[in-house]
Design a binder for this molecule. Structure first.
Ligand code: DC
Length: 227
């Protein structure tokens, strides 16, 4: 740790729907730090590729797209539940990055080495400024291995699928538990077996299993580790 009383760079990794974003947002609010959800950048490139009708299997073109696209994260301009605005040029893609077709394709795009290099270089530059809670899959292992505190937040596939299902129901969106579970397992497999920066806990990460803990309990545990 760079500071004996307070950590500055917090890396928060773990599989899809393990509760990283909720925890990260709460930690950042409490500490007055920047909350940076890196999955958004992979989602933004996937969305733009889909909108431009590009072939997402074409690694070279998608890599060029990632290198040429400036993704901006700004304070929220609207009070519609967003934590921040995600902009590409003048286009607001804050909600579009959550679309089902983006969910279905983002693992392919995020497995490309060139895409990862382009995006993780940007993430690292932002993270090194400090006072940041950075959420992703490879923050503690690749993007910011020097982070002061590394948390690996895990939960069973069943529990994560149930949480996603509840979220969709709460937003009145169509949801089928079995399909969600299947997708969670598929994404885990792609994310953890890809050749570049696979999902795994850093050797010095603190592992937290949130299956039997609610948000508040996990938060209290992590905030105690920050102090
Ligand atoms: O956390 P999320 O569901 O928004 O992530 C979307 C995708 O991006 C997911 O397939 C994993 C990938 N991702 C990644 O490979 N590395 C990161 N640092 C963040 C996300």
């Amino acid at each position: 740790m760079t500071n004996s009383t307070r950590v500055s760079i917090i890396a928060l990794d773990g599989p899809a729907a393990s509760g990283k974003s909720t925890l990260g947002r709460k930690l950042a609010d409490t500490l007055g730090y920047l909350f940076f959800d890196t999955g958004i950048m992979y989602r933004a490139i996937t969305l733009i590729g889909l909108e431009l009708d590009m072939n997402l299997q074409d690694e070279a073109s998608i890599t060029r797209l990632a290198q040429d696209t400036q993704i901006e994260i700004r304070p929220p301009s609207r009070d519609d539940g967003r934590a921040f605005d995600i902009m590409v040029g003048s286009k607001d893609i804050t909600w579009d990055v959550r679309r089902g077709d983006v969910d279905a394709n983002v693992s392919v795009v995020s497995a490309y080495a060139g895409v990862r290099k382009a995006l993780s270089d940007q993430q690292r530059r932002i993270g090194l400024r400090g006072k940041v809670v950075m959420v992703g899959r490879d923050i503690g292992t690749v993007v910011l291995p020097e982070a002061d505190l590394k948390i690996y937040l895990d939960a069973s596939a069943d529990e994560r699928a149930r949480r996603r299902y509840d979220e969709l129901m709460a937003r009145n969106e169509p949801a089928n538990y079995d399909e969600i579970l299947k997708k969670v397992i598929e994404r885990d497999h792609i994310d953890s077996t890809r050749a570049v920066a696979p999902l795994r806990a850093a050797d010095d990460a603190i592992l937290i299993d949130s299956d039997k803990m609610d948000v508040e309990q996990v938060f209290n545990k992590v905030i105690a580790l920050c102090k």
